[in-house]
Design a protein around this ligand. Structure first.
Ligand code: HEM
Length: 527
């Protein structure tokens, strides 16, 4: 018992971390709880980072949840962290056995050659040719969104545009990545065929990403307090899960089961096509080119097709089924929520009354293109102001507020020595909103992203990081930008938006991502 007490005391004091972080400024690390109480008091990690950066400067050490982490909050240091280190931090969790193996092979956590293989398997999905092929599907989804907005507008109601945009981005993931229609949008309610599956899927993703997911179980608390007993805690948690742990595990299983089903269906589909082709029979499924004109066409060159055919370049072997399922799982987790959040933040900014002149410039740009025209892939370069509005939205509210890396070797950061293996973080939200780097950061000024303007000249050369940087930067950047641009074009061809009073300050919800906690409520004004 004495030994146990000693271990608790030593862990609470964290001598090893103190040695690793020696000399690096930062908030006092409370015995046992690190900086958790302050994070709770400030209302989020991204908030405490702002407070600490002001107090301690561009390099500071904090104890976020489980781990000590050295944060940087300057464009130059952020670049150094992101370009010199290729691995994201892996935080301790309660997963055990097969679930732990699944997590370890997740794209977001893969390392070295495996990362190159996985990234290589994903890449063709984002080639210009593929993106161009997705345009009609994305436009289709944006069109349904506009129809849904019109339905709500007719009832003269304030609507949660965040929720509606989310339903749209889910549809886009369905058609482009999985070749299925999720029928999530209001104007598409009649097609309910698989909407229950989708509701389940969304709930599951929500459960996995919920803020409580970080402390979802009483076992998590034991893991924080007694990390040296992790194997035992995980074993007990696995066999006797409490309600919180059960919820997250169930969520993961639902997502895995659904993506497995989607892949199996698609595989069968491909086999049937090949069989018909070998017999010289006509295709049952029209090619994408044949469906682009159709309102509800599905792209056969989908992500699932890529996964089914993916091979490991190094070994020539195909990816294991576990790895394929894993990639599809990551696609579900990473592709829709961030895009929906960035659109919702931009729409929020454009609905604020003080930004009326920005909207006028946006509608003028869209009208110059055409109020009833569908843009082609090339046309998308003709909307610099729209793109600037989107960029500025992600500056004020970066959908991923913190980036992480593990120090691959010892390095120097802002005059401090960093030991190999130290967890590093980039305080993106804080940096994007720091007056030391951005003049009047509280103002929504898309001009910052318009070449030749004084606002653009005053912008830092680096330090704008909504998609990260380096070998681990967002692979879906072009896909996301294209989808967001098409959506804004389609919406502002028909409407402008008015913010519901009472949302002058937008409550935020922080998980790995940042989103509007209670939605974004607007009234649509027909143009
Ligand atoms: C506006 C929308 C999006 C934002 C703001 C965003 C942001 C990010 C950020 C910040 C990272 C981490 C970068 C780093 O650590 O340096 C990331 C990684 C990633 N994103 Fe996105 N993302 C968006 C959309 C998408 C979409 C649409 C997809 C897929 C279709 C996607 C797939 C991924 C993947 C797979 C990674 C991991 C890349 C790697 O480790 O190699 N993202 N994203």
């Amino acid at each position: 018992m004495l030994r146990f007490h000693l271990q608790v005391f030593i862990y609470g004091f964290r001598p090893y971390h103190r040695i690793m972080l020696r000399g690096i400024p930062g908030p006092p690390r409370q015995w046992l709880f690190g900086n958790i109480p302050e994070t709770l008091k400030e209302g989020g990690i991204y908030k405490t980072q702002q407070v600490y950066a002001q107090k301690y400067g561009p390099v500071f050490a904090t104890h976020q949840i489980f781990q000590p982490i050295v944060m940087v909050e300057s464009p130059e240091l952020a670049r150094k962290v992101l370009l010199q280190n290729n691995y994201r931090c892996v935080f301790p969790n309660l997963l055990y056995g097969e679930e732990a193996a699944f997590e370890a092979s997740t794209y977001l956590d893969t390392r070295g050659d495996k990362h190159r293989t996985v990234r290589g398997a994903w890449q063709p999905f984002f080639f210009s040719g593929s993106l161009e092929g997705f345009l009609a599907l994305m436009w289709d989804a944006a069109d349904l969104l506009a129809e849904s907005v019109e339905l709500e507008r007719k009832q003269d109601k304030y609507m949660d545009i965040h929720g509606m945009v989310q339903a749209m981005t889910v549809q886009v993931v369905g058609t482009t990545a999985f070749g299925v229609h999720f029928h999530t949008q209001l104007a598409d309610k009649a097609n309910k065929s698989n909407s229950e599956d989708v509701q389940q899927l969304l709930q599951a993703v929500y459960d996995i990403m919920a803020p409580e997911a970080f402390s979802f179980s009483v076992y998590a608390m034991f893991l924080v307090l007694f990390p040296f007993a992790a194997p035992l805690i995980k074993l007990v948690a696995h066999h006797f899960p409490d309600k919180g742990l059960h919820r997250v595990r169930q969520g993961r299983q639902i997502v895995i089961d659904i993506v497995k089903k989607l892949m199996a269906d698609r595989r069968l589909d491909i086999e049937n096509e090949q069989r018909r082709e070998s017999k010289g029979l006509q295709k049952t499924r029209p090619s994408f080119a044949e469906t682009t004109g159709e309102r509800r066409g599905v792209a056969p060159g989908s992500f699932v097709d890529l996964l089914v055919n993916a091979t490991d370049k190094a070994t020539g072997e195909s990816l294991s089924d576990l790895e394929r399922t894993n990639q599809a799982f990551v696609m579900v987790m990473s592709a829709y929520e961030t895009t929906a959040n960035s659109l919702a933040f931009t729409l929020y900014m454009l609905a604020r009354p003080e930004n009326k002149s920005k909207v006028e410039r946006l509608t003028a740009e869209i009208d110059a293109f055409g109020r009833n025209k569908v843009p082609t892939f090339e046309d998308l370069d003709k909307f610099p102001w729209l793109e600037a509005c989107l960029n500025e939205g992600m500056r004020v509210y970066p959908p991923v507020p913190t980036l992480t890396r593990e120090a691959e070797r010892s390095m120097e950061l802002g005059g401090y020595h960093i030991e190999k293996g130290t967890m590093l973080g980039v305080a993106v939200f804080s940096m994007h909103n720091n007056p030391a780097y951005w003049k009047e950061p509280e103002k929504y000024l898309p001009e910052r992203f318009m070449e030749g303007t004084p606002e653009a000249a005053a912008k830092p050369a680096h330090g704008y990081l909504p998609f990260g940087e380096g070998t681990r930067a967002c692979i879906g950047l072009r896909f996301a930008r294209m989808e967001a641009k098409l959506t804004l074009i389609r919406l502002f061809q028909q409407f402008t938006f008015e913010l519901q009073p009472g949302q002058e300050v937008l409550p935020l919800r922080e998980t790995i991502t940042l989103s509007a906690a209670n939605g974004v409520f607007v009234k649509a004004i027909p143009r």
